[in-house]
Design a protein around this ligand. Structure first.
Ligand SMILES: [Mn+2]
Length: 315
């Protein structure tokens, strides 16, 4: 979804999908077994690149409509490979394709949630980000169209009843106007895990809080690459210091296995600010983790490396 005309600071995420594909060039089925996960998702799933959605760079309202139309069309098609444990959670009791969307700026989640709501009803969101993205507006509400931004889309989704009130942020460290902004954030439906919670309480705590919050509800995973520290992932529009490392983040993701994941995205990759493709390589690696999340039923157990040679492992 090469869309970036609702950004507040540095644009360029329209080139994110191409950059993430570039970052994935060393990934393939034959070398797809991940020793951390104990699985090769490409042997369990039929993964298909659906290409880029044609989006207007001139009219944001039109582009949002184009995203909703494309996403609704894709999730209405028959599945390629069944991982049917969540099929009963769709309103029509049919298993629908799971899409991993490559952004694009974060605004794309608003029309995605509209599409998912038609199939699953209200969705819980696990939102990895340095920013809360639940602002009522970014400019004082200058116009109705100016409320459509990559920092306000969750409020728009909330106003349309697309989300359940059991969503959660992880990795937050943005500055805000004041602590009162948290009242509105909670009204939109979010609990907040600050980036510092990882240092104070550890990865297991982060995992437990997320799992407890979303429970068994249909859950959408939205991942802003600025969750990762800008030292590792500089290629993004609104970087914030003191983020999580890619290793810490991937460990947290492994703990989220077995939730009723109905879709995921990785957004805000802006390659013009990247160095040596580090951001897009991390982003492509996270997409691999999202695929593994769709395959496994429960989190892989932490094991000493010398015991890692499981039945699926070829060393
Ligand atoms: Mn962000």
């Amino acid at each position: 979804m090469p869309f970036d005309t609702a950004t507040s600071y540095r644009p360029g995420a329209r080139f994110g999908p191409a950059a993430i594909r570039t970052g994935s060039r060393r990934q393939n089925t034959e070398w797809g077994h991940d020793l951390s996960w104990g699985v090769n998702p490409y042997l369990s799933l039929k993964v298909q690149d659906c290409g880029d959605i044609p989006l207007s760079p001139y009219d944001n309202a039109l582009a949002v409509d184009q995203i909703e139309t494309a996403y609704t069309t894709l999730i209405s098609r028959p599945v390629n490979s069944s991982v049917s444990r969540t099929a009963h959670l769709a309103r029509d009791a049919v298993e629908h394709p799971r899409i991993i969307a490559l952004g694009g700026d974060h605004t794309i989640v608003w029309p995605i949630l509209r599409s998912l709501h038609k199939v699953y009803g209200p969705i819980s969101v696990i939102h990895f980000d340095a920013h809360i993205d639940t602002w009522p507006n970014l400019d004082g509400g200058f116009s109705e169209q100016s409320r459509v931004t990559h920092g306000t889309f969750f409020t728009l989704a909330y106003e349309e009843g697309l989300m359940s009130n059991t969503s959660i942020h992880a990795g937050i460290r943005t500055k805000v106007q004041g602590p009162q902004i948290i009242d509105h954030d909670e009204q939109v439906g979010f609990e907040l895990l600050h980036a510092n919670d990882l240092d104070d309480f550890g990865t297991d705590y982060i995992v437990e809080q997320i799992r407890e919050r979303v429970g068994n509800s249909p859950v959408y995973l939205s991942f802003d690459i600025d969750t990762i520290d800008p030292g590792q992932a500089p290629g993004t529009g609104t970087p914030e210091p003191a983020g999580w490392t890619s290793r810490e983040t991937k460990r947290i993701l492994r703990g989220l296995t077995g939730l009723n994941l109905v879709g995921a995205d990785i957004v805000e990759v802006a390659p013009a600010y990247d160095n040596a493709d580090t951001t897009s390589i991390i982003a492509a690696g996270l997409v691999d983790d999202f695929l593994a999340l769709l395959v496994l039923e429960e989190p892989p157990q932490a094991r000493a490396s010398k015991h890692r040679r499981g039945k699926h492992t070829v060393l």
